[in-house]
Design a protein around this ligand. Structure first.
Ligand SMILES: [Zn+2]
Ligand SMILES: [Zn+2]
Length: 399
């Protein structure tokens, strides 16, 4: 603990730590309600720099401890094990600190930037890991580039800079890493007992970027009245993309048919008659009548007549609820989702019957409006009522 060399001014390190602690106590005693909140910004910056400097000093001492095997008296087998034990650190954190401490010995510019408070531990550890990967190819020039980048960038952007540097210095290795990342791709779609689908997965860089781009396009910028969280908007966008793909009819045939979402529902259910059965959606558990009504608003229908015996079934002709010519007329009239304030393009809309066809509403323009997925849901499941206003605008009456 008490260093023989002594700190500047012949203080022992223990005495310095005592001073630092008493200075921190003074800060902690300050009544912050008396200080303007804006002043806290500068304090954050100052404390972050001090934090960086403290980390640099801790690593410098950790290196000495590790090299000189200062842990042997405690019976710990390594500096990493000792850190975990005595400082209550995660295995990864303890191991990372020892690795970085060792590596910084060969990275003078990184060590100095951390000790000066200019970069954080996170930055230093990214540079250390890069140096380890690059080995001999990491020269002083490369370190200088990374340290300068680290002073300006957050760790995520520093990663990009590192990726650029690695691509220059070891393109084959970078390609190998990308192949390995590709091999680690997976997607699980599983259904819970509640009938909810859970998604878990991992994509390689270009797969993830393709999905992100498609999601962004499907989400569009959030509208002012959009009450959904970002995660909810992303989930809706993924559903929209899947539906749109099915509607486009461009997917490969399955069992001799173009794939589509199939629901089986009784007319009584669509009319919401009391005591009627829940509708059945392929792959999913029974769904509520109102959801079936939404899906049935604009779909292809095959009437199936069931005789008294369950094997006596007879299928009628398949037809579009809203025929293509009618949809074209609606597109020309509506131009986008007609819900007040929404401008989702027609490609993302379904035709909605103001009075449902199951309740006798006609499939004629005055009873139809194009609605995006979110507003179609709001109209059915959330109970918004729609009617035409005096100037031909659609009016939504909240439930
Ligand atoms: Zn509808
Ligand atoms: Zn809309």
């Amino acid at each position: 603990m008490c260093s023989k060399g002594g700190v500047r001014g012949n203080w022992t390190s223990a005495e310095v730590f005592q001073q630092i602690n008493s200075l921190l106590d003074r800060l902690a005693d300050e009544d912050l309600t008396a200080v303007p909140a804006e002043a806290m910004g500068d304090d954050q910056i100052a404390l972050q720099r001090i934090d960086n400097r403290v980390r640099a000093e801790a690593l410098r001492r950790l290196r000495r401890f590790d090299k000189g095997q200062g842990y042997t008296d405690s019976m710990a087998l390594s500096a990493k094990a000792w850190l975990r034990w005595k400082c209550n650190l995660d295995y990864n954190v303890a191991s990372g600190q020892v690795e970085v401490a060792r590596r910084l010995e060969t990275l003078p510019q990184t060590s100095k930037a951390l000790a000066d408070g200019d970069i954080s531990y996170r930055h230093a550890s990214l540079i250390a890991r890069t140096a380890e990967r690059l080995g001999d190819r990491m020269e002083a020039h490369a370190e200088e580039i990374l340290v300068n980048a680290a002073k300006e960038l957050d760790p995520l952007r520093l990663r990009y800079a590192i990726a650029q540097l690695r691509h220059c210095l070891e393109p084959d290795q970078v390609l190998d890493d990308a192949k390995k990342a590709h091999e680690r791709r997976f997607l699980y779609l599983s259904q819970t007992f509640d009938g909810i689908f859970r998604i878990d997965g991992q994509l390689d860089a270009d797969g993830g970027a393709a999905l992100q781009t498609a999601l962004n396009a499907a989400m569009g910028p959030p509208a002012a009245d959009d009450w959904r969280s970002a995660a909810e908007r992303r989930a809706d966008a993924l559903t929209d993309i899947a539906r749109r793909q099915l509607d486009s009819g461009r997917l490969r045939e399955v069992g001799g048919q173009k794939p589509h979402l199939m629901i089986t529902v009784d007319m009584a259910t669509l009319r919401k008659e009391p005591g009627s059965r829940a509708a059945e959606l392929e792959w999913a558990q029974p769904i509520p009548a109102e959801t079936a009504r939404r899906l049935a608003c604009d779909c292809t229908i095959t009437p199936v007549l069931r005789g008294l015996e369950s094997h006596q079934v007879e299928a009628g002709r398949t037809s579009r609820v809203i025929p293509p010519s009618m949809r074209r007329a609606l597109i020309a009239r509506d131009k986008h989702c007609r819900f007040p304030g929404c401008d989702r393009p027609v490609a993302w809309t379904d035709g909605h019957h103001l009075k449902h066809w199951a309740d006798g509403g006609p499939t004629l323009p005055f009873n139809l409006a194009l609605l995006c997925g979110r507003h179609h849901y709001a109209t059915h499941e959330l109970g918004y009522r729609l009617k035409w206003g005096e100037n031909g605008e659609l009016v939504a009456i909240p439930p």
